[in-house]
Design a binder for this molecule. Structure first.
Ligand code: HEC
Length: 152
């Protein structure tokens, strides 16, 4: 029997339908994975990532962005809802971060989940104080939106 050239085999593989024909069992969907939010870690990265330069919690931090104190009364929180809020604020945040830091803060899914947990945890927020901000960062907090105003 004549052997098919390798290229023909590759082409045949590429042309095979991506999905099984009807009647065959469908491929299982990817399993959804959601990080377990850790409010204590969120408190640490709120400072380490520089959110505190523009946002206050418990009266500590900048005022360029809205305070991120936990809502009253405490209830259910959704890390994806927090991500959606960040997304809405993204244009202004990115512009300010680029001006202030020279880069856009990079966040993993875990970081966002942990920040969301911190933003909704009264107990942990009550412990948040100036002492958590390293000396060198204390003068960096932004007080307002001036930076977004058009240059004179
Ligand atoms: C350089 C300043 C700056 C930094 C740093 C910054 N933000 Fe913001 N953030 C803003 C501003 C300004 C807004 C408001 C944007 C608007 O109103 O359009 C905002 C909006 C938000 C909102 C939406 C608030 C609402 O009204 O619901 C969230 C949530 C948020 N930021 C979280 C964070 C987190 C978490 C970090 C750190 C990873 C961070 N921000 C870092 C300036 C900043």
């Amino acid at each position: 029997m004549r052997r098919m050239p390798t290229l023909t085999l590759i082409a045949a593989a590429l042309l095979m339908p991506a999905f099984p024909a009807s009647g065959e069992s469908a491929r299982p969907a990817r399993v959804m994975s959601i990080p377990v939010p850790d409010a204590d870690r969120g408190r640490i990265i709120f400072v380490a990532k520089g959110c505190v330069v523009c946002h206050a919690v418990n009266g500590v931090g900048g005022k360029a962005g809205p305070a991120l104190d936990a809502s009253e009364p405490a209830g259910v929180f959704d890390p994806l809802d927090f991500a959606a809020r960040m997304w809405r604020g993204a244009p202004a945040m990115i512009e300010l971060q680029s001006l202030e830091f020279g880069y856009q803060i990079d966040l993993t899914a875990n970081d966002i989940a942990d920040l969301a947990a911190f933003a909704e945890n009264h107990e942990i927020q009550r412990k948040f104080s100036e002492d958590e901000i390293p000396e060198i960062m204390r003068g960096w907090t932004l007080e307002g939106y001036e930076l977004l105003e058009a240059p004179q």
